[in-house]
Design a protein around this ligand. Structure first.
Ligand code: KG4
Ligand code: ZN
Length: 342
């Protein structure tokens, strides 16, 4: 089965073709980072309009580059949620309409299921069951995964998602949008012993997360440092604060992952979503899983953040199981992973 995947849930237009026998045939991405940079965050209306401009030319480019004909496709998968409603509607409308005109089925894909299954595109995919840690700009979730569609939520963020905390703290540090990768780069120069940030919610049982306090802690630390060292702060102080923040997020995620792996007695951990590109996080998670006698799995770096390949893969699993969605175009800006069983 050959499936075109379309991702437009936020600020990346991603398209890809996945073939169940030959694997990923092609993928293309258009990032809107430059468009939103001057506003310091994603502007939903600008995002929708840019998806409208880019999605069809990107599909045309993908087909031309990989020599794929529409007639060779068996189905189309589009991200139907969670995400920005206007942005989602663009991909859903284009995906649903192309499928109708080409006489093939279309299936709505949950964006986080896409992230969760992204490591399946690698040469060494994780065997089921596994625990998944989804860390993106909008979500921080621990999920027990029995198989495709069988997801049990073990823990969730009560306030800011890990990526959101990275982005907001990066802004406080004066770093350009999107701040997560910039903050990680600055933290590499930082002294890990100078400041210590709290590890929220690790001193009590449970697998939920709360990262909004860390942003406030960063703000207070910055203000105190400015009183002592002046404004603007020396670059080394900014790097030291970035390092303390990153260490706190990474260790908190590591502690909760270890707890989830022990509680479920499943020694396989998948890390996915934008923050799983973080090198420090990967290092700490690998060390921890090694000590636990287990193994960690990640998507390749370019498929940690939003992309069409993960949507094509997830859609292919659903279409292969005989699932498809009706002709109406609907999206779900909020959508629970636990409702995806089939
Ligand atoms: O999965 P994703 O592309 O979009 C959502 O579905 O949200 O994740 C984007 C998030 C952003 O918050 C970004 O700052 C963060 O992932 N991110 C990182 C890194 N690369 C991306 N955070 C920390 N370290 C990184 N290297
Ligand atoms: Zn995402």
């Amino acid at each position: 089965m050959r499936v075109l995947g379309i991702e437009t849930s936020c600020d990346e237009t991603g398209v890809a073709v996945y073939d169940s026998e030959r694997g990923l045939l092609a993928h293309a991405l258009h990032s809107q980072v430059a468009l939103h940079a001057e506003y310091g965050g994603v502007v939903p209306e600008l995002a929708s309009r840019d998806h409208v401009r880019k999605v069809l030319p990107l599909i045309r480019q993908l087909f031309a580059e990989a020599d794929i004909e529409a007639g060779s496709l068996d189905g189309i998968a589009y991200t139907a949620g969670p995400g920005l409603v206007g942005a989602l509607l663009v991909g859903a409308t284009v995906g649903r309409s192309l499928a109708w005109s080409w006489g093939i089925p279309a299936v709505a894909v949950h964006h986080m299921e896409g992230h969760l299954l992204a490591p399946m595109l690698e040469s060494r995919p994780p065997p089921f069951p596994f625990v998944a840690m989804l860390v993106s700009g909008g979500h921080t979730q621990l999920v027990a995964v029995e198989g495709v569609g069988s997801y049990r939520l073990l823990g969730d963020s009560l306030d800011d998602a890990a990526g959101e905390a990275f982005d907001k703290t990066a802004k406080l540090l004066g770093l350009p949008y999107p701040g997560g990768p910039e903050l990680a780069r600055l933290a590499e120069q930082g002294d890990p012993t100078r400041y210590r940030f709290p590890r929220p919610m690790t001193d009590r049982p449970g697998l939920d997360f709360s990262f909004s306090g860390l942003k406030t802690f960063a703000l207070n630390t910055l203000q105190e440092a400015r009183q002592q060292e002046g404004d603007p702060l020396p670059p080394q102080t900014l790097a030291d604060i970035a390092r303390a923040f990153e260490d706190a997020v990474v260790e908190t995620l590591m502690i909760k992952c270890r707890r989830a792996v022990r509680e479920t007695a499943v020694p396989r951990l998948v890390m996915a979503g934008g923050v799983s590109a973080n090198r420090q996080l990967r290092r700490r998670i690998d060390e921890m899983m090694c000590k636990e006698g287990g193994e960690a799995f990640y998507p390749r770096l370019e498929f940690c953040t939003d992309n069409g390949a993960m949507i094509a893969y997830a859609g292919c699993q659903r279409l292969s199981a005989g699932l498809s969605d009706p002709l109406g175009i609907s999206v779900m800006p909020r959508w629970s992973l636990e409702t995806l069983g089939f």
